[in-house]
Structure formats: structure tokens, C-alpha cells
Design a protein around this ligand. Structure first.
Ligand code: GCU
Length: 342
């Protein structure tokens, strides 16, 4: 009864059955509307066909696409395992461009037969309130529903997927997007708005990402919109201190990915993100899958604990010990969940 009681205490708004309706509300109230999709292409700046002792091909590319007043481009790095025909592909929205990186165990990902494409989010637009640089300059804020920075980073991940799909060397039926924290929020919004992504992995995304807002511990809407108002559309601030008035909650974001797969990675000591509210967000979103006669979230009826790997349904939840970071453990949970699913 733990899950049922905990969820009813949160007094959550019912998820609309129609995915388009969910996206309309989330666009209007929290993330802003994405620009319309423009096809993108990749130019290869350099290639090493024998990276990682011959195990991988490493390409440094530039992704370009049209924006209202010309063209926009940003750099990315792609690692392709040489031994796998049409590998599955992770799009990693990253804090740094480095490959490998302390958040990106590149060789281990390759050894698991996965390709990974990485871009650094600030190469798309800065992580601040300046909407006059990078992609934000092409889509400045014009109203309360204009996209925040999360939407612009998500849009860039979608354009990277366009460009890599055209290479025809990946299995685009198995395309995942992964990010940590603010970039986990971004990964979820990316997959929610683009059905080509069959899996979203959100790592420690917490407030305004993979944790229920109502009844949450740690960060609240007032904290996040006070420090990072530019991540969201301007409407979101109206709910600072008035979370019970939100017509949605974060389980809607996961539900917009249904019937596709989602993995939420939580960390025991990440109390700002609140692992219990992340777990309950998965449980609440499971309902959307059940409406589709699919297994949503399957877990023991108790609060989450370190070492948990709830991977039986289409929404997975893994929890490790430790704090707020993207670790090998988290990548390995993602790879395990993905391989068990497809
Ligand atoms: C801050 C913010 C979080 C965010 C995190 C991050 O802690 O309050 O919401 O997830 O930064 O992106 O690392």
C-alpha cells in the first residue's frame, strides 16, 4: 500500500490520454514551445578509424540547419564501435565536450556495442539568461510561452539525430537520449517531443524533470525559477510557491514518452533532486502505459533503496548510493535496461 498511499497524498492531476494535449500543456506552462523542426546535416571535420586501440571510429563533426535568419551550426563528437553492424546510438547531452569525460566512460560504452554522439550544451547556447547568443539568438524570447534554454538544448539534440540518421550506419529504431541533472530534464523533454527517440535516460534530473513537484523535498519551483528562470518559459514562474495550482505534474513528462521507454537514475544522497519523488513520478506515469495495455512501472511496494534496479516495465528506475553526478554505474544501468528492452 506504500505506493498507493504516497501517490494519493500527492494529489496529482490526472494525465490526459492524448499525448498532444500533454505536450500542449507542458509547452505552455513549463518548457515553452519548440521551434519547428528543420532538417540538419553533419559535416565531418576529422576522423580516426582506429580510436580506442582500433575498437572505434571517432568523428568530429559540425551539425548545421536553417534558422529564421540563416544557418546555425554546433560541434559534436561521434564514437562508433567498429565491430558492430548498425549499432544502437546514444545521444548524450553533455556538460563538457570532452570524450572521454568523467561523466562519459566512452570505452566502456563502445565495449558494450553502443555508439554515442556527444555535444556540449553551451556550444548550442549559454546556460544563463542571455538569449542573444547561439541558437537562442535565432529564437529569442518573444512571449511567455517562448522556449527556455532546456527546449533549445533539446532541439539541438533532435537536430543531431537528424544528421546522424542520414548516415544510415546506426540502428535508428534504437535511438536513446541521455543527460544528467539539468540535462536530464532536457533529455526527457527531447524524447517527449520527438518520437524517434525510443529511450530517454534521465539521471538525477529532480525538480522540473523526473521528480513529482507536489510534496517534493529539496528543490521547489520557487528555487529553480529564482536561480534558473531562463531554463523554462516565463509562465512557469507563476507557480513559485503555488505548486498545487499547476495543471500538470512531472509524471506528465514521462507519460508523454509512452509507449516508448524511460529510465530514471536516482542517487541516494541527492536530496535536492529527491529520490523518493523520482520513484513516485515513475509510479504515477506508469498509469499511462497501463492505459495502453503495456507494463508501465513495476517495483516492490516500498520506498526506493540503493541498489534497486526496477527494470521490468517500460519505465525503469535505478538507484545507487552516492550523490549528484553521472557515473559508470548510471551508464551501466542505462545499457542494461536498454538491452533488456530492445
Ligand atoms: C542545480 C539545480 C537543479 C539542477 C542542477 C544541475 O542544482 O537546482 O535543478 O538539476 O543544478 O543541473 O546540476
Amino acid at each position: 500500500m506504500y505506493i498507493d498511499h504516497a501517490l494519493s497524498a500527492r494529489k496529482l492531476p490526472e494525465i490526459p490520454e492524448d499525448r498532444e494535449e500533454i505536450l500542449r500543456v507542458l509547452s505552455r506552462e513549463i518548457y515553452g514551445s519548440l521551434p519547428s523542426a528543420q532538417p540538419a546535416a553533419a559535416e565531418i571535420d576529422s576522423e580516426d578509424a582506429n580510436a580506442y586501440a582500433g575498437k572505434a571510429t571517432e568523428r568530429h563533426i559540425r551539425v548545421s540547419f536553417s534558422v529564421p535568419e540563416g544557418k546555425f551550426s554546433f560541434p559534436a563528437t561521434v564514437l562508433i564501435p567498429n565491430a558492430v553492424h548498425r549499432p544502437r546510438l546514444f545521444v548524450h547531452i553533455a556538460f563538457r565536450p570532452n570524450v572521454p569525460d568523467r561523466y562519459l566512460p566512452a570505452e566502456e560504452i563502445i565495449d558494450n556495442g553502443c555508439a554515442v554522439a556527444v555535444f556540449c550544451y553551451t556550444d548550442v547556447t549559454s546556460d544563463d539568461g542571455d538569449f542573444s547568443n547561439g541558437l537562442a539568438a535565432a529564437y529569442p524570447r518573444t512571449g511567455a510561452e517562448s522556449s527556455g534554454k532546456i527546449g533549445l538544448w533539446a532541439y539541438a539534440a533532435q537536430r543531431l539525430a537528424d544528421a546522424l540518421g542520414a548516415w544510415q550506419c546506426f540502428d535508428m529504431e534504437r535511438l536513446a537520449v541521455i543527460g544528467h541533472s539539468r540535462l536530464g530534464k532536457t533529455a526527457l523533454w527531447c524524447a517527449a517531443t520527438d518520437e524517434r527517440f525510443s529511450l530517454a535516460v534521465s539521471n538525477n534530473a529532480g525538480c522540473s524533470g523526473d521528480a513529482l513537484t507536489r510534496g517534493k523535498q529539496g528543490e521547489h519551483v520557487a528555487d529553480i525559477t529564482g536561480r534558473f528562470p531562463f531554463w523554462f518559459c516565463e509562465n512557469y514562474r507563476r507557480y513559485a510557491g503555488k505548486e498545487e495550482r499547476m495543471p500538470f505534474d512531472q509524471h506528465w513528462l514521462l507519460a508523454a514518452i509512452a509507449p516508448r521507454f524511460v529510465l530514471v537514475n536516482a542517487a541516494e544522497q541527492d536530496l535536492w533532486a529527491d529520490p523518493e519523488s523520482e520513484f513516485l513520478c515513475c509510479a504515477a506515469a506508469g498509469r499511462q502505459y497501463e492505459r495502453m495495455n503495456l507494463d508501465g512501472f513495476i517495483a516492490d511496494d516500498r520506498p526506493p533503496a540503493p541498489g534497486d534496479f526496477n527494470g521490468a516495465g517500460r519505465i525503469g528506475f535505478a538507484m545507487r548510493s552516492g550523490g549528484h553526478f553521472l557515473s559508470r554505474t548510471d551508464w551501466n544501468a542505462a545499457i542494461r535496461f536498454w538491452k533488456e528492452k530492445m
